[in-house]
Design a protein around this ligand. Sequence first.
Ligand code: MN
Ligand code: MN
Ligand code: ZN
Length: 277
Amino acid sequence: MYIGAHMTGPLSTVPIRTIEIGGNTFQIFSHSPRMWKVSVNSKDAERNAFIKGMEAEKIKNDKVMIHASYLVNLASPNADVLEKSIELMKKEFELASLLKIKYVNVHPGSGLGESEDLAIQRASHSIATIMEEKPKDVELLLEIVSPKGGNIGYNFHQLKKIADLSSYNLYFTYDTCHGFDAGYDITSKDGMKKLMGEIDETIGRDHLVMCHLNDSMYPLGVHKDRHERIGKGFIGVKGFETFFSEEFFRTIPLILETPGDDKAHMEDIETVKKIIK
Ligand code: MN
Ligand code: MN
Ligand code: ZN
């Protein structure tokens, strides 16, 4: 199995700390996620140490990802924000390629009160623009989001529509907290059947290549997006047992975005390993 966490701290230490917490994959921000400014070539030594660490720890480049900046909104009605978002995504791709990280994960965006159809069209257009100049060795992941704040992409039909309208081959990330927030009840067998059915009739499971593994601080379908430690939220240990009864979710990388530091993530990884056994 592939498991790990969203890692902060110095880039060069991410591979070794991943192993230390019991993981073999991870997600990172490529730069401060709340700043527009990115200096791609400023830290050569740090970048080289990271690449060496990946080789030394035998972490697979095609099981790891960069999470794009939180400032990116590919569906923004504000022309200035939209342009800056597209430029920043190009930098994320450039950094992923330099770091030999295969995937860049992004939220489809928010129309900030505009109609969902318009937001979906705008996001698709932005995505087509960034995909035009995409480095060949990097792929784009669209993450399922919580239905709040005008977000689009909170179900697989929307994600599929965004990808189709862009006319590019995109990949996808499932997030167990966001999905739960959107009403996908992964704690019941029926809910799992519905989830897999929806994936199969839209994007196809061969295009769902990553999973953010988070428990939820709030009950099913309440649109809050608050992540909780594994087993301590409304999904719970029993819920994750049902989730992992679907073989498919044991095969794709599971990345924790749960609260806490490396130690908390180490404990969560242990919890997940116990659930899957
Ligand atoms: Mn995310
Ligand atoms: Mn997520
Ligand atoms: Zn979230």
